[in-house]
Design a protein around this ligand. Sequence first.
Ligand SMILES: Nc1ncnc2c1ncn2[C@@H]1O[C@H](COP(=O)(O)OP(=O)(O)OP(=O)(O)O)[C@@H](O)[C@H]1O
Length: 623
Amino acid sequence: SESEMVKSALVRFMDNLAPWEREATRYWGWNLETDPCRDRWKGVSCSSDGSVKTIVLDDSNLSGTLDATSLCMAKSLQIVSLKRNNLHGSIPEAIGDCKYLTRLYLSDNNFSGNLPNSLEHLCSLRWIHIARNNFTGPLSDKLPTSSLISFLGENNNFSGEIPDFDFTKLIQFNVSNNNLKGQIPDVRNKFGVESFSGNPDLCGLPLPTACPPSPSPRKEKRLFITDGVAIYSGYIILGITVVAFFVYKLARKSVCKSEPSEALNKKEGTRQRLTRGNDGGRKREDCCCESKSGGGGGGGGVEMRSEPSIASLESGITLMSTSTLVVLSSRVSKAMRFEDLLRAPAELIGRGMHGSLYKVMLDNGVFLAVKRIKDWGISEADFQRRICKVSQVNHPSLLPPLAYYCSRQEKLLAYEYMDNGSLFNTLYAAGSQNGKPFWWGSRLNVAAKVAETLAYMHEELRESGIAHGNLKSSNILFNNNMEPLISEYGLMVIEHQQALRSLSHSKSVRNRVLTAAHAYSTFKVDVYAFGVILLELVTGRVAYNQGAFDLVKWVNSVVREEWSVEVFDKNLVSEGASGERMMSLLQIALKCINPSPSDRPSMSEVALALIALNEEEETSLNI
Ligand SMILES: Nc1ncnc2c1ncn2[C@@H]1O[C@H](COP(=O)(O)OP(=O)(O)OP(=O)(O)O)[C@@H](O)[C@H]1O
């Protein structure tokens, strides 16, 4: 249960939200004599350790102010939703103390004033919905742009320019009907007119109003802050150019042959994000794609140990090597060689369609999942290019490769070993005698998180034409907190991509258009595969059972006949899962598995639908 201090802070928060409704709020359970979690205060839901996780008080006739100082005493708070009330005043700076806040929903109230600067420091905040209030002032520098995926700020009085948001991550954005001005930043064709209309001084795409051609005053300001700087700026620029030229020359020497001109990311924003890395915020090792010369001197074969290792378990593996591993993370020692990996104690976990997977123990006690890749129809250069790209994208729900080895004969990939197994194991163990129940709420949560991650990856790697390509429930793993992680992203070449590669070298416009269309459809392969995962989640049935059963065919045949409860996992039915929401999930799955790729929704659309469904489920638990 929550401490007395948190409890009284929350009662204070409620007193400020509903100053004239003290009696009613006592009736909602919000009082000092009870516990918010154990006694289920209205709108509150808690995590299993008894700390308050969400406060949802939409449509509750609240007419006071937001006392963020008291609210944020509940340190584990993740979701605050106070939509469609009559709240006034501003969002206090103290909101910055709600460190784990992921969603802040304040739409349809009478809030006013500037957004607090502290919002910028809420690194987990991903949804801000503050539409239809009276907020004023600029949007710039107030928002955690690197984490936001949804910002709804329409129908307020925001002014100034639209900040240079990282539009690759945003899947929902609306600032229409404000007083914003200036040029709209590059929104990567993701948002239409409706996201920006109703701002008379806004210009540029997607709005029909072109911007005046004059150079942006912002740039001038930066270059010529004072006359003195202006005088010396020529020398400074010349100096920087010379240094940059030499740095570039040096860097060129070490950049991989396979990707000569694709120096990492051109955009500053992207570069910052990519170099933050998954290793506790440190830069990931440069994944130079060319295997470097090995420290082992190339002559010695792999010394065999008595315990099983990849070398002893695999037939035909090349034991003599002159190359080392390319190490991408500090979890694997930089000095580690290919030979070390081969002779480390190993256990065969499985042989999939595309190779064998080993659990390998390193000297430092770290366990790796090492995949030996077989017949992947992927060239050496393409393999390296893909690993480079994927390993530089930073998303908490993506399992990045830690190291790889690539020669003509061998391709090995090492990931962190996940003790909690895969979605496949969890799902099918749930139906078995000794499996733990896999509750509906958890299934929805997994579906929403995976969809969101895929949507993000599709955006990040869209230009490179890299999709997952082999998405299935055994490639979705669980970390120590049972949060889903997508593994093996971007390794597969989806059949027609090979043909595309030759096409893409063609100079003809028609062929380039064709290439773009095909690359687009490779993402639709993921949408289909994700639809199959959704079907597994809702039916509890294995997708393919060695030719004996085909889940997609089965579901389609049931759909054609009469709907019956038979289609749903019996564990979900006996749990009392909402029939309406199970049906909604099934409908989303059916859209994803549409036989026509162009009629399938985008991953962003799927993610939004699932996030909404998941939220509906969470909210329903509070009632
Ligand atoms: N990093 C990991 N940690 C723990 N288990 C893993 C890890 N990666 C994969 N696995 C599990 O190991 C088993 C074999 O994986 P593998 O990827 O080789 O086969 P697959 O996914 O069934 O087929 P495919 O070859 O098509 O990918 C699967 O059950 C998978 O869930």
